[in-house]
Design a protein around this ligand. Structure first.
Ligand code: SF4
Ligand code: SF4
Length: 343
């Protein structure tokens, strides 16, 4: 395990100053492709998006987080929808087993593939054998616009039977217990239900969540948002996501590239990351997203009157940068942003 002082920012801090924490949890985004296009997806995944993380990249990153965080290292597999690439996912798990990298903490799915008890059982038996600790099943109003609730119900039932209830997370169980019948709702009713769901279960307004959903929940002025910086968001992030092209995102700050594992191993990226020096992150760290406004205005960005919050302002400006091919070393890749520019 690396020492906190191995990081270039921490090395110069006084004893009592807050340190940049070790990254110990890594979410491997196997692909941006998804059979769904959920309204609140942080990564704006859908069927038109692509990428597939090479097996070697997944294994190298897994080994790097073990060097970085030792026994605290955790890996989960996510997407997009990782089960779209079932054979490939199995290859990654087989390679990890061959190298004795330890268990996979969690695999996330929307459950679209749970077409029969036999299919579910066969796949879960294999995943269990290959070291998957927990299965996380997405279930809410947004997902159920794309995935039949009966598939999710079957997956949760068979998984709990096979793995035990403690190893199966349904997010959210309350919705699975009492789902809405979307077939009876008009488009306007569904929109209203989505807004109510976002109010009940607050989400970060990144990716597609920074589009229509954020629009409907925008009540904060730039002056209100400008009171908040992102210092703690970067210092306290104990996890990162790595996308299929190797881009590293801190915590759930999707679309802000803090390194690329195809160029440098994850433990070296952590060691060299200085949040007060790194392009754009240094501004977010000190001033929050309001600090990006001047550079955006200089490029003809027109601010809205209201935003849903700090991350909405941040995402809205970054979406503008992506649309105008600006700051591409830090803001991207386009796959993690909406394809339609929000107003
Ligand atoms: S939230 Fe999950 S299921 Fe929905 S589009 Fe994004 S990756 Fe796919
Ligand atoms: S405002 Fe931007 S950098 Fe700050 S926490 Fe939100 S997404 Fe991350």
């Amino acid at each position: 395990m690396m020492d906190l002082a191995d990081n270039v920012y921490n090395a110069r801090l006084g004893r009592d100053e807050p340190k940049f924490k070790r990254w110990r949890s890594v979410g491997l985004i196997l692909t941006y492709k998804c059979n769904c296009a959920c309204e609140y997806c942080y990564y704006a995944c859908d069927a038109s998006k692509g990428g597939l993380m090479p097996v070697d990249m997944a294994i190298d990153t897994w080994q790097a987080v073990i060097r970085l965080a030792g026994e605290h290292a955790r890996i989960h597999l996510t997407g997009g929808e990782p089960f779209l690439y079932w054979d490939h996912m199995v290859k990654i798990l087989e390679a990890a087993q061959a190298k004795q990298l330890g268990p996979t903490d969690m695999i996330e799915t929307n459950g679209f593939w749970a077409e029969s008890d036999d299919v579910v059982r066969a796949r879960l038996i294999l995943l269990d054998k290959m070291g998957m600790q927990r299965l996380k099943i997405s279930c809410d109003l947004y997902h159920q616009e794309y995935v039949d609730i009966e598939l999710v119900r079957r997956l949760a039932r068979v998984a709990r039977d096979l793995l035990g209830p403690d190893r199966v997370l349904v997010r959210w169980q309350a919705y699975l217990d009492d789902p809405r019948d979307l077939s009876t709702l008009s488009a306007a009713d569904i929109r209203q239900a989505e807004i109510e769901a976002a109010q009940a279960f607050p989400c970060r307004f990144n990716g597609r969540a920074a589009c229509d959903l954020a629009d409907a929940l925008s009540t904060k002025t730039i002056e209100e948002i400008a009171r908040f910086n992102c210092e703690r968001a970067f210092l306290d992030a104990r996890g990162v996501h790595v996308d299929p092209y190797g881009h590293v995102f801190s915590s759930t700050c999707s679309g802000i590239i803090v390194g690329n594992v195809s160029k440098q191993a994850l433990d070296r990226i952590w060691a060299n990351f200085h949040p007060k020096v790194y392009p754009m992150v240094s501004t977010l760290f000190r001033q929050g997203p309001a600090g990006l406004l001047q550079a955006a205005r200089d490029q003809a960005y027109v601010p809205r009157n209201f935003y849903a919050g700090k991350c909405h302002l941040c995402s809205h400006i970054r979406q503008y940068f992506v649309d105008h091919t600006m700051c591409a070393l830090v803001v991207g890749p386009p796959d993690s942003y909406a394809t339609e520019t929000p107003a």
